[in-house]
Design a protein around this ligand. Structure first.
Ligand code: PLP
Length: 444
């Protein structure tokens, strides 16, 4: 009906239409408990029946850094929509907002990563980086460098390229053939010491990496991709010496390093970008999510000058219609202003400290195996047995935290994740911790 866009629809009616017409990502069709969110302000969101929730996972996808309902971003979008909603960046054309945003990103990025390629999100960014890595070597006369090293439990997206680099088998299942020449390494996950054969985590992983390079042949490997801190894998900060040692070994073998900062950038872990603080020194960064706080779909790949020069040398036959979308870029510029002017990088670390301190009491609960953090981002890994680390799926706990306490957290396998808007206050952090602790106390 032409009135569908504005007709009053309650939760039951929306959930029914949802069931009939929406194919949800990463889901089976038997999901019946749909929560339809229709409005947000700060860290609060409301469902279609008017129930209020505390959003402790930033749009439930760790991206809403500046909080919901920010008039500044609505105004930036409206102004740009009136002025020039869209124009292509193909052919001779460009637009002022994408130029301004690329310049701003070059200023915030680690030194040397000043060349920007825009995408609609993270998966397209990862595909772009993989293509750029292979093309870079090809243009330098090393066409056989096609292999990509990635890690189990790394999440890089859902397209064929990014999905193959993703370290969750389900992503590649029954949709093959997937991208060839991708090799998965063990992730730097100190809690799971059983993976390291009684050796130190980094020592084991460096030997594993060296053996993989030896087996595949350095001259066949284009790049390694990794999140500075694994996000979807369960919020996993690596040991301090992991990235510096990986970096050195890759450089020695002429292998590029791609940092997937789709989640970790723009304050999520307390800095503009997370990779510098981990000694990663990547050749490319892929980012998205917090770039616009989710107010528009936008991603970016940052290249160093050598890569940008090599891939454009004889033409980079790659790019998306919505590259440098003026409205998305205008929103991103206003979003970065808010993050900077409101001191949200410091605030991120403060929120993390409130949450972590509040969760101290939960450390001794039988179901809590490990609590990990990076900036405002916390992962609580649930186990049936602390000695064997046998996992308990976190879905039921996350559902209970939402239903019984009105707090939205996410479950990633057996880890409950908190990654709130970076405007969360101390009282909201305390409410999040209370809800978590109360539900985890009752879990067996
Ligand atoms: N990389 C990481 C680390 C992610 O967490 C995600 C999405 O969650 C992606 C890439 C894919 O990004 P998108 O879903 O925007 O395509």
């Amino acid at each position: 009906s032409p009135f569908l866009a504005t007709a009053a629809l309650d939760m039951a009616a929306l959930a029914d239409l949802d069931r009939r017409h929406l194919v949800h990502p990463h889901q089976r069709s038997d999901r019946t408990d749909r929560a339809v969110i229709v409005r947000g302000q700060g860290c609060a969101v409301w469902d279609a029946d008017g129930a209020e929730y505390l959003d402790a996972t930033g749009g439930a996808n760790w991206l809403c850094q500046v909080g919901h309902g920010r008039a500044e971003l609505a105004e930036a979008a409206a102004e740009q929509l009136r002025q020039l909603p869209y124009f292509t960046s193909f052919d001779v054309f460009s637009n002022d907002k994408s130029i301004r945003l690329a310049t701003r990103l070059a200023g915030l990025a680690p030194a040397g990563l000043g060349q920007v390629f825009f995408t609609c999100g993270g998966s397209e960014g990862v595909d772009t980086a993989i293509k750029a890595a292979r093309l870079y070597h090809h243009r330098r006369g090393e066409s056989e460098r096609t292999w990509i090293l990635a890690r189990r439990f790394g999440y890089h997206g859902a397209t064929y390229g990014s999905g193959t680099a993703t370290g969750f088998d389900g992503m590649q299942h029954a949709v093959g053939p997937n991208l060839p020449h991708v090799h998965k390494l063990t992730p730097p996950f100190p809690y799971h010491s059983e993976w390291f054969e009684g050796r130190g985590c980094t020592d084991f992983l460096i030997d594993e990496l060296a053996a993989a390079i030896e087996q595949i042949g350095a001259h066949n490997i284009a790049a390694m991709i990794g999140e500075p801190v694994m996000a979807g894998g369960g919020v996993v900060p690596p040991p301090d010496d992991y990235w510096p040692r990986v970096r050195a070994l890759l450089r020695h073998n002429g292998i590029l390093l791609i940092a997937d900062e789709v989640v970790t950038a723009f304050g999520r872990t307390g800095a503009w970008f997370d990779s510098p603080g981990r000694g990663m020194d990547p050749d490319m960064i892929v980012t998205a999510k917090g770039l616009t706080s989710g107010y528009a779909p936008l991603g970016a790949v940052l290249f160093n000058e050598d890569i940008a020069a090599a891939v454009t040398d004889d033409g980079f036959f790659h790019g998306y219609t919505y590259f440098g979308h003026p409205t998305a870029c205008a929103i991103a510029l206003a979003n970065l202003d808010l993050i900077e002017n409101e001191g949200l990088l410091d605030r991120s670390r403060q929120i993390g400290a409130w949450l972590r301190e509040g969760l101290t009491a939960a450390e001794s609960l039988p179901v809590v195996g490990d609590i990990r953090m990076a900036g405002a981002t916390i992962g609580v890994e649930l186990v049936a047995d602390r000695a064997t680390r046998e996992p308990i799926m976190a879905g039921p706990a996350a559902t209970e935290i939402r239903k019984a306490h009105g707090v939205i957290v996410r479950d990633y396998g057996n880890t409950v994740v908190i990654a709130p808007p970076l405007v969360m206050d101390e009282q909201q952090a305390a409410r999040t911790v209370e809800a978590m602790t109360s539900v985890l106390t009752r879990l067996h």
